[in-house]
Design a protein around this ligand. Structure first.
Ligand code: AMP
Length: 279
């Protein structure tokens, strides 16, 4: 596995890859099976696969966990070598955001709802860093997880609107055996809290069952889901949404499919998001 820490070294190397299909998996590290499933997809689809690890300061607000976000670089490198990834791009903050940095990529309303509403800095940071990484890596394919469904839909829109010739492919949410969506932030949870966290996906699945059995009233479904989530120990429900998959607009009265049922829930000091797609 080649590791690139500077722009110049990566760009020189990139010139030698023109005959390849290049799969790209951007990450913030602390790699788990969710990341690895995307990397495996890239390896299966493309002749050359590149992973980036960069904990992007631009997507954290001052009150968020940038400083304590898990950084496990040695373990990550070991994992990536084990699955034989071709290259790792490992820039630092001075490379990605030098003091003279002046531009941001901003989205429209698709970046202002749900996660964007709760975390006002978040998607400008994500779209800016992904734009920069796409320009540097110049992949033919890029892989994103359904776990962060709003991010996936925003990146698809970014690629369309900014005319990137990159195919965006998604990977399903990988969960632990209790059903908790794997996340680097799960490390903040105790075993007892992980059991509580598993009730988030259980509640989403139960609402899906209710919809599948013919229930259509959005307000009823949202109230039911909110009540279930509120019963989770030490939980605070940040949002419950049932939105159209195509544009993430909230569905007003009766369910329309395909829909995305998504939630953000705090368990004590840890913020968890999850979703389920209703086809
Ligand atoms: P992150 O390191 O959190 O920025 O995530 C990097 C990529 O991994 C994003 O495309 C995420 O959606 C994806 N990802 C994170 N957790 C999971 C998971 N549990 N299952 C599948 N993909 C995931």
């Amino acid at each position: 596995m080649k590791i690139f820490k500077t722009l110049k070294s990566f760009q020189n190397f990139r010139k030698t890859l023109d005959l390849h299909t290049i799969g790209f998996v951007p990450t913030m590290g602390a790699l788990h099976k969710g990341h690895l499933s995307l990397i495996k997809k890239s390896k299966a689809k493309c002749t050359f696969s590149i992973v980036s690890i960069f904990v992007n300061p631009a997507q954290f607000s001052p009150s968020e966990d940038f400083k304590k976000y898990p950084r496990l670089l040695n373990m990550d490198i070991k994992e990536l070598k084990k699955i034989n990834i071709d290259a790792l791009f490992l820039p630092n903050k001075d490379i990605m955001f030098p003091k003279t940095f002046s531009f941001n990529i901003r989205g429209n309303e698709i970046t202002k709802c749900y996660e964007g509403k709760a975390r006002p800095y978040f998607f400008d940071g994500v779209t800016t860093i992904i734009t920069k990484l796409f320009n540097i890596i110049q992949p033919t394919h890029a892989f994103f997880g359904c776990k962060d469904i709003q991010q996936l839909i925003i990146i698809e829109k970014l690629v369309e609107d900014l005319n990137y010739n990159i195919k965006i492919l998604s990977g399903k949410t990988i969960r632990n055996k209790l059903g908790v969506a794997l996340s680097s932030r799960n490390q903040y949870l105790s075993d007892a809290q992980l059991i509580e966290a598993s009730k988030i996906y259980q509640s989403l699945k139960d609402v899906k069952k209710i919809i599948d059995s013919g229930s259509v009233d959005i307000q009823y479904l949202k109230n039911y889901l909110t009540k279930r989530l509120k019963k989770i120990k030490s939980s605070k429900v940040e949002y419950v949404s049932i939105a159209k998959q195509s544009n993430l607009k909230e569905i007003p009265d009766v369910i329309q499919k395909p829909a995305i049922l998504s939630v953000a829930v705090w368990i004590k000091n840890t913020r968890l998001i999850d979703n389920i797609i209703i086809k």
